[in-house]
Each structure stands twice: as structure tokens, then as C-alpha cells.
Design a protein around this ligand. Structure first.
Ligand SMILES: [Zn+2]
Length: 178
């Protein structure tokens, strides 16, 4: 999909909306994270339903996220699936002149603007749902791979100088040969 058209699906065309309730649905796949060159997320499958309430000088949006992100477990380096189930509220205030907002959930738009693009904020909302430590919970089915843990443990035990030593060895041989 072309990047420009991908961006466009995030346009909320608030200006032409009649006063009342509207909605917009978005589907987030890994393509979205590839565009951001985000390699923490290795796969994504999230449905977003945005309930949009158009008032006279304001637009209230409720983002409902439902789906999963796939990332890599910090402990065993295998894939871990992170559920994303949450709601975020965003308010657009329609004003005459552009204004800065000091509230992260309130944006100002002018009467001249036709749409508001929610791509960046959607990305931020999703990234906020990633835990600080990405690892298997080790509860139920969500478990670290014990074989990988054992392999990693063994790798840590090995002295780290091996690689440097072999390079010195190569250098010494080089001097001798010349
Ligand atoms: Zn793990």
C-alpha cells in the first residue's frame, strides 16, 4: 500500500460531519509499524473503532482498541504476544485561530480545516500499551521457552574474551608471515 493513502485512512473529516454520532474503523497491521521503522513490534493485529461525537464547536472521539501486538521476550528471546484492549479519549476543539494545547488529549483545530489526522496519536496510544519490560508472564500458556533460557544461561557463562583472543592470534600470525 502506498504510504500516502495509508496516511489518509486516519483522516477524520470532522468539518462535513453533521451534529451527532459518527464512527470510523481502522485496522492496524505490522505495515503500520514498518512505516515507523519500529522493530520492537514484530507483528500487529489491532482493530480500532472510533466513536465520534460531533458537537457545534467540538469533536469528542473515543478510540476503542482491541487486538494484539507481537514482540520479543527480553528473557528467552522468543516471540511474546501482548494484548491491546483499551479506550482513549481525544477532544478536538474547533476555534477561530490556531492554539497550542497543554493537555495531551485536547487538540485545537480551526474552522478552516476539513479533517484531523489521527495517525501519530494512534501510534502513540498503541505504544503506550507496551509494558516497560517485554517478557512472558509465565502464567498459563504464556511461558518462556525453557530450552532457550538454558542456552542463554550457558552462553553467559562462557568467557567473553574468546573473540578478541582469536583476533590477536590472527594479528600475530600476520606479523610472522610478513
Ligand atoms: Zn520468554
Amino acid at each position: 500500500m502506498e504510504e500516502k493513502s495509508y496516511f489518509k485512512q486516519f483522516d477524520i473529516g470532522f468539518q462535513s460531519m453533521k451534529i451527532g454520532q459518527h464512527f470510523q474503523d481502522l485496522k492496524i497491521t505490522n505495515e503500520f509499524f514498518e512505516m515507523y521503522e519500529n522493530d520492537v513490534v514484530t507483528d500487529a493485529n489491532i482493530d480500532i473503532h472510533i466513536d465520534i461525537e460531533r458537537l457545534e464547536n467540538m469533536v469528542i472521539m473515543h478510540f476503542h482498541f482491541s487486538g494484539t501486538l507481537t514482540s520479543t521476550c527480553d528473557l528467552c528471546l522468543e516471540k511474546v504476544i501482548i494484548p491491546v484492549e483499551k479506550t482513549e479519549k481525544l477532544i478536538l476543539k474547533i476555534v477561530e485561530a490556531p492554539q497550542e494545547s497543554d493537555d495531551e488529549n485536547i487538540f485545537y483545530v480551526t474552522e478552516k480545516e476539513h479533517s484531523f489526522n489521527v495517525e501519530q496519536i494512534t501510534y502513540e496510544y498503541i505504544m503506550m500499551s507496551l509494558p516497560m519490560k517485554i517478557e512472558h508472564s509465565n502464567e498459563g500458556e504464556d511461558r518462556c521457552n525453557p530450552k532457550m533460557l538454558e542456552l542463554l544461561r550457558q552462553a553467559e557463562k562462557k568467557p567473553e574474551t574468546t573473540e578478541i583472543d582469536s583476533r590477536w592470534e590472527a594479528l600475530k600470525n600476520l606479523k610472522l608471515d610478513s
